[in-house]
Design a protein around this ligand. Sequence first.
Ligand code: AMP
Ligand code: ZN
Length: 136
Amino acid sequence: MSDCIFCKIIAGEIPASKVYEDDQVLAFLDISQVTPGHTLLVPKEHYRNLLEMDPNSASCLFAQAPVVAKKIMVATKASGMNIISNCEEVAGQTVFHTHVHLVPRYSADDDLKLDFIAHEPDFDKLAQVAETIKNA
Ligand code: AMP
Ligand code: ZN
């Protein structure tokens, strides 16, 4: 897509700090570096986000996630990693070309806050929601 910043990176029209590349995917450092080594893994084909992808294109993308993630872990000597893909504005997506954030973690105090607010389990409700998703 001509006005997509990640398509421009893939086409070599704007620079990026590339860490991995093959026929299908590219991985490069996120300019914001939430933690040192924060990397984005993207498909070379343009999709708005994961919700637009089919199993084949998603397989090609995710097949390389552990490959790139392990290289980052070795290089940074991080203790763990968050692997996240934001889909749509409400979920925090700001660049509308599918990307997977690989965020190495060094400590629980790193600049990444994922606040999952846990609720008491309601098993009837769980069964109901599961049924709705199963049948969708
Ligand atoms: P998200 O908010 O999940 O859509 O993530 C988009 C990410 O793209 C942000 O973390 C930005 O820092 C990053 N980003 C935006 N422009 C560039 C760029 N030119 N090179 C590398 N990363 C970028
Ligand atoms: Zn694009």
